[in-house]
Ligand binder design. Sequence first.
Ligand SMILES: C[S@@+](CC[C@H](N)C(=O)[O-])C[C@H]1O[C@@H](n2cnc3c(N)ncnc32)[C@H](O)[C@@H]1O
Length: 378
Amino acid sequence: MFGFFSKISEQKIKELLTKANNLYEQKKFADAIKIYRRILKRDPKHFAARANLATAYFETENFKAAAPLFAELIRSDAANPWWHNYLSQTCQQTGRLQQALAEAWQAVVLSGGQKEHQLNLAYTIYETADMIGYDTVDSVLQKWHRKYPHNAIVRQCYKSFHQDNKFICSEPEYVESLFDVFAPDFDKVLAELGYCVPQEISRMLAEYFAGKVMHQKWILDLGCGSGLCAAAVAENFPQSRFVGMDISAGMLKEAEHKNIYTSLIQGDISSCCAQIKRRFSIVTAADVFTYFGRLDSLFAEIGKLMFRNGVFAFSISENTTNGKDFFLMPSSRFVHRPEYVENVLRKQGFEVVKNERKILRTEGEKEVAGRIILAVKK
Ligand SMILES: C[S@@+](CC[C@H](N)C(=O)[O-])C[C@H]1O[C@@H](n2cnc3c(N)ncnc32)[C@H](O)[C@@H]1O
């Protein structure tokens, strides 16, 4: 009799779990949470219910409820780096910053240095540095760099914290990993940050071309990402043909879904521009030069791809920290001095026709100031 009862009970738990997981996949987290809790009442050791309850709390930003569950998951599934990764992010949100760093490090080591966990450690170092002090994060940076001296994510983060002046361009592998991991959430996150560069570039291009004869334009979108810039520009230039180039296959996959581009090229802008045979009337690069320090040889290559009187429209983040031409911030992004950018443009045969100061997006509580620049190829 008891065996029969427990069988029914197990079957019921299975059904409840399937129902909760379906709700989870539909992002109906509150309903899923209720069912996982019911399952755990009947079977407190149910691993899947606990794991999914923990991540559902995480998704709904109930970090206080998630933290003890991740700690329990670590006890029962100690070799899985993801519980450490989640606990690290949870600790960051609840102000336990030393533990956030320790858990992020643990995730890196347990995963054998997988990029998702390396990126999480880089992000945790950046996010906690101001609050727990440079010396504390530096000790983690040093041991990280000793263990993975050839990893591009580690090198990029290490150099940005040590303000390495010889570092004039982001590590291509770092950028690729960063955006491959970020790609599925990119559009949503950027909307939440009030990212306006694509719309501003589109508006300024429309103003520049207002009243001019409009032929069909070929537009090259450098660092096209998920296609936000082309989507905004297409609103004002509906007859145009777009070619997109990006280093990240993940971002290109997102761009493909938007059905805007005639062709998409995967490659590093620094080396692939030279391989393009076509010429363009407009070249856009929205929030791309944050991954480049020196711009002279890059602008020279871009100039070669453009028709005379073609327009190069792009953004830079402004260096408001010091007087340097360009500067790698602890966020691993470059900022530039606008006068330096204008000088490089002139040297490479462009005339600057617009240079507008804008708040490009927010970063935490702060605003990211930058410029949208339009330059005509002479
Ligand atoms: C912040 S995203 C901006 C994407 C898009 N332009 C937009 O405005 O939404 C920067 C993009 O530049 C790409 N990128 C950065 N460095 C690159 C490089 N060296 N070669 C090609 N793409 C690069 C990244 O992969 C990423 O998709």
